[in-house]
Design a protein around this ligand. Structure first.
Ligand SMILES: Cc1cc2nc3c(=O)[nH]c(=O)nc-3n(C[C@H](O)[C@H](O)[C@H](O)COP(=O)(O)OP(=O)(O)OC[C@H]3O[C@@H](n4cnc5c(N)ncnc54)[C@H](O)[C@@H]3O)c2cc1C
Length: 592
């Protein structure tokens, strides 16, 4: 049974990040800690009482395809209706279209609750948000008027339609054609892997489709973005005839069984009517504009599953009696939570999840400052830092969450491998998060190529300087927070020297940098997590906020564990970045 970690969420938002200060930005003036706390409490009720009970049944039943459409598992349609009635889809959307503007950091906290309680369910609202965001940023006024209010409310859902069989990471290979016809286009092509491309929730689905206008340049410079509704929409907003868009099958897959992953056919006769968004050939650029929030959302959903896996592992460890731990004297056999190694596993899950959450919300806060702060210089600096952190959030957090979920199985022993306990579902569900929305390899290339390459490492240098300055200024109070702070400072120094090596390799032999891009990205994630947990420990040691004494003690100990058991991985990763590239480039993976 999942329980929303409200005290932890509030600690990160209110004490670690002080998100209440965002209310100084005029657009967020209505926001404050109290508003945030009450939104989280309400969301927790829906997550715990409605979405969580459907998580396991959704996994076993799965979504079903027939030529008429896709049926979602029992209870999902009703849960979606409740979600919409509660106004949850509007959270974080522009008030001009009926939304409720709240900081991204709070949206992420709410999204965590959906992702943890039911990842398959959460994907549909998440994709709709992505489509809404793309239209908010790039749609014409007429398109916004026609589509956004119903999408923002969730009355219609949205999809992001990029992938084709030959065009996965390499979107330059997209072949779906768009043929001009009057004021619109006709689209022809097949798309694969489209999340929630078809379902029985709503009477319309708005697909945001990447396609190539006939005669457009080859590669990424010839891709345009189109709105393709499942059912055509009349000028007055009413529904017209069915468009030529069909889900021809859904995938049988490792996890997220309740989330239909659709093969979509656009056009079989006249072509699917599509409406160009913005200018021709700028489609990929538009997609990138909303990519930051989508990638942040995938990072959040992954550690959310990790949180859930942790909660279940703790419950199991408290009740499974096996053996006598050393030092337990003449006592009977005890629950496995008393064994040092089980404690280590649980603390690895807990501390990694807390570090991930802190990094994700911190990145969200940078996006808030970039969007809403009145000072242009602050906005620019926050945008650069947010841009830098997004691939780290997407790739490091999802990779970490996969490890966390796998440890959850290990805590259960053999029962973890048996489906009935549910621990295996988390491993299966979270596995996709390192793949979609750009794989770990693609994120790492983005970090060192686009993000660090374009400014010569300036944004990374500024992050490192801020981490060091803040850690030096901490007043940890007691021994454990001090040791945590000192370990974080050592890790920052390792990151700094690895960054110098990486940047100099990028400039001279780029493939040497690319060969260690993933270890470097992981190093960045571990160090950023270590910094924020060291800050958390110092705040907890002062204990001035609203959290309980027990919470603060646990925070100090968890951060200390992270400093002693997780952060030392940075030594190995830094060594890989400094010395590991040649071994990759010289060896033959398919040789003997
Ligand atoms: C369940 C599910 C849901 C999805 N939902 C959607 C959706 O809603 N909309 C949508 O459009 N797509 C969706 N996708 C597609 C998803 O985004 C792609 O699968 C993903 O981008 C990877 O593309 P690919 O599968 O073709 O792998 P490939 O691109 O073939 O990659 C295979 C391997 O090669 C590596 N690789 C490839 N290129 C490089 C490179 N340049 N440098 C280093 N390594 C590289 C990758 O990291 C990976 O390890 C979904 C996929 C799944 C499985």
């Amino acid at each position: 049974m999942y329980r929303a970690p409200l005290e932890e969420l509030r600690f990160v938002l209110e004490e670690l990040l002080e998100t209440g200060r965002l209310a100084a930005c005029p657009d967020l003036a209505d926001y404050g800690d109290e508003v945030g706390a009450s939104i989280l409490e309400e969301a927790a009720r829906l997550a715990e009482n409605v979405l969580d009970p459907l998580n396991r049944s959704g996994d076993t039943e799965g979504a079903h395809w027939t030529p008429e459409g896709v049926t979602t598992p029992k209870g999902f349609k009703e849960a979606y209706a409740q979600y919409i009635a509660g106004g949850w889809q509007q959270l974080g959307t522009d008030p001009r279209f009926g939304g409720q503007r709240v900081p991204q950091s709070l949206s992420s906290a709410v999204q965590e609750l959906w992702g943890a309680s039911n990842l398959s369910f959460e994907l549909c609202p998440m994709l709709t948000h992505g489509a809404v965001h793309a239209l908010e940023l790039c749609g014409s006024e007429a398109q916004q008027r026609l589509f956004l209010p119903k999408m923002a409310s969730g009355e219609w859902t949205g999809t992001m339609v990029l992938t084709e069989p030959q065009a996965g990471s390499d979107l330059g290979q997209i072949r779906t054609r768009a043929v001009p016809e009057g004021d619109h286009y006709r689209l022809f092509g097949q798309k694969i892997f489209i999340t929630w491309g078809e379902h029985d929730y709503t009477d319309n689905i708005i697909h945001m489709v990447l396609a190539r206008i006939e005669g457009a340049p080859a590669g990424v410079k010839g891709i345009s973005l189109f709105i393709v509704p499942k059912v055509l929409v009349n000028a007055d907003g009413s529904l017209g005839e069915r468009n030529e868009v069909r889900c021809v099958s859904i995938e049988h897959k490792l996890g997220i069984h309740a989330s239909p992953t659709c093969v979509m056919q656009f056009g079989h006769d006249r072509g699917a009517a599509g409406y160009l968004v913005g200018k021709p050939n700028r489609g990929l650029e538009y997609m990138f504009v909303m990519m930051n929030t989508a990638r942040l959302a995938v990072g959040v959903q992954s550690y959310a599953v990790g949180e859930r896996a942790f909660q279940q592992a703790v419950e199991y460890a408290r009740t499974r009696v096996q053996g006598k731990p050393p030092g337990s004297g003449d006592s009977d056999r005890l629950p496995i939570i008393h064994h040092p190694d089980v404690r280590r596993m649980l603390l690895t899950m807990k501390s990694s999840t807390e570090a991930s959450r802190a990094v994700a919300f911190y990145a969200g806060q940078q996006l808030d400052l970039a969007a809403y702060h009145p000072d242009a210089a602050v906005r620019a600096a926050a945008q650069a830092r947010g841009d830098l952190l997004i691939p780290i959030v997407k790739a490091w957090i999802t990779e970490t969450a996969n490890e966390v979920a796998a440890i959850g199985v290990q805590v259960h022993g053999g029962m973890g491998f048996i489906e009935e306990t549910g621990a295996a579902q988390y491993v299966r569900d979270v596995r996709i998060t390192t793949i979609y929305e750009g794989t770990t390899g693609i994120q790492s290339n983005d970090l060192i190529g686009r993000k660090m390459g374009r400014d010569g490492g300036a944004a990374m240098g500024s992050l490192i300087a801020d981490m060091r300055r803040e850690l030096q200024a901490l007043e940890p109070g007691a021994d454990a927070p001090r040791a945590t702070r000192d370990a974080a400072m050592q890790a920052v120094a390792l990151l700094e020297s690895a960054t110098h090596t990486l940047i100099s390799n990028m400039a001279t032999v780029p493939e040497r940098a690319l060969a260690v891009a993933v270890p470097y990205l992981k190093l960045c994630g571990l160090v950023t997590g270590g910094w924020l947990l060291a800050k958390s420990a110092a705040i907890a040691a002062a204990g001035r906020g609203a959290a309980s004494k027990d919470f603060y003690q646990a925070k100090i100990r968890t951060a200390h564990f992270y400093a002693r058991q997780i952060l030392p991985q940075t030594i190995g990763l830094a060594k890989v970045v400094e010395e590991g590239a040649a071994s990759v480039l010289e060896a033959e993976p398919d040789g003997v």
